[in-house]
Design a protein. Structure first.
Length: 421
């Protein structure tokens, strides 16, 4: 009997506690809550039966009905989810007053970040509060990945989003896979739609970021895409970055404003020359090649130029020696550009630019090309083979010399022949 009374007392305390969480001493409580059109059970709000499934990147629509039992000023309704590493996921209404026996319906839209950890349960909180008290309900929310979802993580413009029309524009796009499926043959396109200019490239594959069964990369940068602006008039143009995947059925894109300026006149433009004898060089992945630049100062004054390379970041690195050139009047100099291709560089033609600058002004730009052809051969194996062949030849020579020495020694021991009469 005592056990039964204790059980009844515990149930009563639990009921009163649950009731207290949804009844505010100031005079309002929730009478109905919907999450994405699903009506929640307010008696046991945290029950698993109330779980609503959503996908990251989606919006969660919350409709809350609030019933007032007293007049209360300065009330707000708020909904939020905790556990996001990079900020707060929340939304709240404007402030409002409630009056006795009146029901208020408030709608809130909660945006889920695309990089929210997925395949896990979160708690969705719905709260009404004023400057004195509050009432809150909590519901389980299941967040999963979308089946196919790529995200443009970053876009790099070189030399920048504002350029002169005598400068080439290089665009590199960083993409990550936030979906549930592995994506293959991803097309990356950069275009100026109003001018009909576009360039495209492909990324072979990207694995899901949350799947431990895949060893491949879940994010990757595209090759630098080149747009020729030499015939573009000064002005502002929409620049579109578009990524197509899932066999062309899905895409994500971002739009930027590209500012094109007229090329500035350079002092003494005809009294300086920069040429390269061989604009295209072939190299293997993991190896390097060089380009020789010839510079000529045909003016009557000494000038100083700096050299820099742009557009090689997507497949390798580059250096210039010397990077700063002091040129007396009526003189010539040479500079060497060394380009190194990464070990994992893909085969194909890679275009990049060498800029010759005087102070902050670009006086000459040279477009060069690196033709990358697969991985570099095993030079160590070649050296080993050469050493082995050389050793064998040396061994043969030593054997022949040894034979000759032995024969000569035997002859010397025999001495001259005796003659008898």
């Amino acid at each position: 009997m005592k056990k039964l009374l204790c059980l009844i007392a515990l149930l009563l305390v639990g009921f009163l506690t649950s009731l207290a969480t949804n009844v505010n001493a100031q005079g309002y409580s929730f009478t109905e809550v919907e999450v994405n059109g699903v009506t929640m059970n307010l008696v046991t709000p945290s029950s698993i039966a109330n779980t609503v499934n959503v996908e990251r990147g989606d919006r969660v629509f919350v409709k809350a009905e609030l019933r007032a039992t007293a007049n209360v000023r300065d009330v707000r309704v708020r909904t939020w989810i905790g556990g996001y590493e990079f900020g707060n996921i929340q939304e709240e209404t404007e402030i409002f007053d409630v009056e006795t026996n009146v029901t208020y319906v408030k709608g809130l839209i909660l945006g889920l970040p695309e990089d929210l950890d997925a395949s896990k349960d979160y708690t969705l909180h719905v709260e009404a509060f004023d400057d004195v008290g509050s009432t809150r309900l909590s519901f389980p929310l299941r967040v999963q990945e979308q089946r196919h979802m790529l995200n443009i993580l970053d876009v790099i413009f070189n030399p920048g989003i504002s350029v002169r029309n005598d400068q080439p524009l290089f665009v590199t796009v960083r993409i990550e896979n936030l979906g549930d499926k592995k994506e293959e043959d991803i097309k990356v396109e950069v275009s100026l739609p109003s001018l009909g200019l576009s360039q495209k490239t492909f990324i072979d594959e990207l694995s899901p970021s949350d799947d431990p069964d895949f060893d491949e990369e879940d994010s990757e940068s595209s090759e630098a895409l080149f747009l020729d602006l030499s015939n573009v008039k000064a002005g502002e143009y929409p620049l579109r970055v578009r990524v197509e995947y899932n066999r062309g059925h899905s895409f994500v894109e971002q739009t930027y404003v590209l500012t094109v300026q007229e090329a500035r006149e350079v002092a003494e433009p005809t009294k300086f020359m920069a040429v390269v004898a061989e604009r295209t060089r072939t190299l293997n992945a993991g190896s390097s090649t060089t380009y020789t630049l010839s510079l000529a100062n045909l003016g009557a004054e000494s000038r100083t130029f700096s050299l820099e390379v742009a557009g090689v970041e997507a497949f390798g690195s580059a250096s210039v020696s010397p990077s700063l050139v002091l040129m007396p009047a009526d003189s010539t100099r040479e500079a060497v550009v060394t380009v190194n291709a990464n070990q994992d560089a893909t085969s194909g033609s890679k275009v990049f630019t060498v800029r010759v600058k005087e102070a902050d002004s670009v006086v000459k730009e040279l477009q060069l090309e690196a033709n990358v052809q697969g991985r570099a051969p095993d030079t160590l194996a070649g050296v080993k083979s050469g050493l082995i062949v050389g050793f064998i030849v040396l061994l043969i020579v030593l054997v022949i010399l040894g034979i000759i020495l032995v024969v000569n020694k035997m002859k010397s021991k025999e001495g001259p022949e005796e003659t008898y009469y």
